[in-house]
Design a protein around this ligand. Structure first.
Ligand SMILES: [Fe+2]
Length: 328
């Protein structure tokens, strides 16, 4: 069986948070995620249908933001090929030895400075008697807490230069460009890339604040859109800050909601799947966001408008662009 590309999938996102216990409680209580491991200042979590040991690592730090994104290669040979290509591109940092639940990994920095890790070997989650599911294709029982998310879906990074970053992921890592937003004067303001039939595992959006290497959001998948309404209802009762949605995106066509975990990082809750791409000759969908209709419909097909904070707030926070300073 051949993979679409040498990168097979998004494995995990590692985030910094200044409020580690509040952040852990948010993912554990509201999103029903399980705690796999604690080590030093870090807590490792997974959704109940994530097959690996963890998909989210939270580490206590002074400011919120991204530590790194981890990707899995499609084979040990693919990992070697990718490491050589990345090294030749000048983006390589080097090999690391075994980390918690992960085998040898190759580290690199994408053009804006975001850190990534690429690996083949990792530990699968094995449920104990308490979490064991009778459903043989489900790695652990559906939890009773909050409205449990099912699996990690994608990561969105803000970048100072979308073309340079998009070019790196498509030419060095063989990501496919699925959708794109082109603004005034032909400026590329956003690109949605994937290595599978999903519309994206990675989104790159222009950072208009002058910031570099910032984190926009990580998305967890619900499956049924009803769960978005249920978690929104729970958040509203408990003053969890919701930014936009529940609504439906034009780009990707997914039902979504953005909210903030207590440490300040944005989290997207993803319902439905949007659409899937099986066409090997896919032509990139291009939205002309200099055009009012495309601008409005690509962001939100229906269900209101994106908040002002969506375009300027990311972590770490750029001075003058906190949630309070931007306003709703
Ligand atoms: Fe997203």
């Amino acid at each position: 069986m051949s993979a679409l590309c040498d990168v097979a999938q998004l494995v995990s996102v590692a985030l910094f948070t200044p409020k580690i216990e509040d952040s852990v409680k948010f993912f554990y209580d509201y999103l029903g995620m399980e705690i796999s491991h604690r080590e030093g200042q870090s807590v490792y979590l997974r959704a109940y249908e994530d097959f690996y040991q963890y998909t989210l690592k939270l580490t206590e730090a002074r400011e919120p933001g991204l530590e790194q994104v981890t990707w899995r290669a499609s084979s040990p040979e693919a990992l070697e090929r990718l490491a050589k290509k990345i090294q030749a591109s000048g983006a390589g940092i080097g090999w690391t030895e075994r980390d918690y639940a992960h085998g040898p990994a190759y580290r690199f920095a994408s053009p804006d400075g975001h850190k990534h890790t690429l690996l083949w070997e990792l530990d699968y989650f094995v449920a104990d008697a308490e979490l064991h599911s009778k459903l043989r294709n489900r790695p652990s029982k559906r939890p009773l807490r909050g409205v449990p998310v099912r699996r990690i879906d994608h990561v969105n990074l803000m970048v100072s230069d979308v073309p340079a970053n998009r070019e790196f992921f498509t030419s060095v890592l063989d990501f496919q460009l699925r959708e794109q937003k082109i603004g005034d004067g032909g400026t590329e303001v956003g690109s949605w890339l994937s290595v599978s039939a999903l519309v994206h595992e990675l989104a790159l959006m222009r950072d208009s604040t002058g910031g570099r290497g910032r984190f926009h959001h990580v998305a967890y998948w619900y499956g049924a859109p009803q769960h978005l309404l249920d978690i929104a209802d729970i958040f509203a009762e408990r003053d969890v800050r919701m930014e936009s949605g529940p609504a439906k995106h034009g780009t990707t066509q997914a039902y979504f909601m953005y909210c903030f975990e207590p440490g300040g990082n944005r989290v997207e809750l993803f319902g439905d799947t949007g659409y899937l791409i099986f066409d090997p000759a896919w032509k990139t969908v291009v939205w002309d966001v200099a055009n009012e209709v495309d601008l409005e419909k690509s962001s939100i097909w229906f269900g209101g408008q994106l908040a002002k904070t969506f375009y300027r707030y990311a972590t770490p926070v750029v001075p003058g662009h906190s949630l309070e300073e931007i306003g709703r």
